[in-house]
Design a protein around this ligand. Structure first.
Ligand code: FE
Length: 168
C-alpha cells in the first residue's frame, strides 16, 4: 500500500514537472519554484531567444543570469559625452563567464538591460553591455521574475534609460 502510494505520488510529481517544461523559438525552459531555468540552443541569438521566452511567459520584470559559450558577440560601450553607444563585434570562441541583467518596460516595450563577461582562449576577459551574441556550445540561463511592473524612462541629459519608480 505504502509502495503504491509512493508510486502514485512519484508519478504525479513527474507529470507535474513535465507539464512545466516549456518550449519556444530556440529555447526550452522549466519553471521551478517561481524561477525559470532556460536553455538556449546552439547557434541561436541570446537576445532573440530571451526576448521570445520573456514575451511568451508574459514576464514583466525581473532578473537574468547566465553562463555558456559564444562565437560571435557584439558589445556596446556607452560614451556619456556623445550620449551614444560604440559597438564592437568579436568573432571568436569565448566562454560566457557571466551574463547579468534585468527586465523592465520602457515606452510601452520590453527592455532587456544585459551585461556580459567573456573569457577568451588566452584566458583574458572582455566585458561590456551586450547588444547580442550567438550561442556556440551551451547557453544556460536563470530568470527570476517579480510579480510587478518596473518602468524605465529615457533621461535626455545622460542619454540612458533610468528607473522611473514614480511611474504608475
Ligand atoms: Fe548597460
Amino acid at each position: 500500500m505504502k509502495q503504491l502510494l509512493t508510486l502514485i505520488l512519484s508519478s504525479t510529481i513527474l507529470v507535474t514537472m513535465n507539464a512545466q517544461t516549456l518550449k519556444g523559438n530556440h529555447w526550452t525552459a522549466k519553471s521551478v519554484e517561481g524561477a525559470y531555468i532556460v536553455s538556449i540552443e546552439d547557434r541561436a541569438s541570446i537576445l532573440g531567444a530571451l526576448t521570445d521566452f520573456i514575451t511568451s511567459q508574459k514576464i514583466q520584470a525581473g532578473q537574468i543570469t547566465g553562463i555558456g559559450a559564444t562565437n560571435e558577440a557584439t558589445l556596446r560601450f556607452f560614451d556619456p559625452s556623445s550620449k551614444k553607444y560604440v559597438d564592437k563585434t568579436f568573432n571568436e570562441q569565448m566562454e560566457i563567464s557571466n551574463l547579468s541583467g534585468n527586465i523592465s518596460e520602457a515606452e510601452g516595450k520590453l527592455l532587456l538591460h544585459l551585461h556580459i563577461t567573456l573569457g577568451r582562449k588566452d584566458y583574458t576577459a572582455l566585458a561590456g553591455h551586450l547588444l547580442d551574441a550567438k550561442i556556440r556550445g551551451a547557453g544556460e540561463f536563470f530568470v527570476y521574475p517579480i510579480n510587478s511592473k518596473v518602468f524605465k524612462v529615457k533621461n535626455e541629459d545622460v542619454g540612458l534609460y533610468f528607473y522611473d519608480f514614480a511611474h504608475q
